[in-house]
Design a protein around this ligand. Structure first.
Ligand SMILES: [Zn+2]
Length: 254
């Protein structure tokens, strides 16, 4: 069953689950809270898959077979409205529960200048250990603010980049005190911008999610997967008129 939600609801839902306060006008997603309370996960891993929109999720169902399997076996799937077609403001909205004009993080130059705390920093301030595996520039404001920061330099080989993000995500899951991990996989976005074979990127993402899901399972954790904005594909933009794309939000205990 589908319910239209918003990516703004992810951070408030996580805040409610952990019992911390977050300033957002948006309500949390009750089905996720009920799911989480009934499974009582020891750790939550939030993976943002850059450029994974709802249409891509359906069109590449074969390549993304593991992700579809996580939903079908015992997961929740939501269709979410997005807030921006750009990565930086979208991810800031996912992590704060605020619209871009409220958090003010619109370009990578704004990262670190915002006084608004993300769910990672809010949890740390309440005594929970959190972690992030992200691009080096995005990681800068998190140094000294959260327990475990894994910065990966941007590079030409985006498949290699995602493998490093996956490896850091799996390794930090060995920390028994970790409660929330955030990771950002970028291959689909890069391949889309360059007009490269999207099925290659989708398969790579699927294998990284498979490995992360296994590690989450070993920790009795909960895995949350979402996209950040529509897939930037040239031929699609012409035909898409003005309709805003939606992104999938998946919650499971693998
Ligand atoms: Zn993006």
């Amino acid at each position: 069953m589908f319910y239209m939600q918003s990516i703004l609801q992810i951070a408030p839902t996580l805040a409610d689950f952990f019992g911390v306060h977050l300033n957002s006008q948006v309500r949390s997603i009750e089905q996720i809270l009920n799911f989480a309370y009934s499974r009582n996960p020891k750790v939550v891993v939030l993976v943002v898959i850059d450029s994974l929109d709802f249409r891509f999720y359906s069109d590449f169902a074969d390549e993304l077979g593991k992700i579809h399997e996580l939903v079908e076996r015992d997961g929740l799937l939501f269709e979410c409205e997005t807030v921006s077609s750009h990565t930086t403001p979208a991810i800031a909205s996912i992590l704060t529960g605020l619209q871009p004009d409220a958090h003010g993080i619109l370009t990578s130059e704004d990262v670190g200048k915002s006084k608004i705390n993300s769910i990672l920093e809010i949890l740390e301030d309440e005594g929970y250990k959190t972690a992030a595996a992200i691009e080096t520039k995005g990681a800068e404001p998190l140094w000294g603010r959260i327990s475990y920061v894994f910065a990966v330099d941007d590079r030409e080989d985006i498949i290699e980049y995602d493998k490093l993000i996956k490896a850091h995500t799996i390794s930090v899951l060995k920390k028994q005190d970790l409660r929330l991990m955030f990771s950002h996989l970028r291959a689909i976005d890069r391949f889309a911008h360059r007009g490269e074979d999207l099925s290659v990127a989708a398969k790579a993402v699927n294998e990284n999610v498979r490995a992360i899901a296994t590690a989450v399972s070993e920790r009795n954790g909960m895995l949350v997967i979402c996209g950040d904005h529509e897939t930037h594909v040239k031929e699609r933009q012409a035909s898409q008129e003005k309709a805003t794309a939606t992104v999938p939000l998946i919650v499971c205990c693998p």
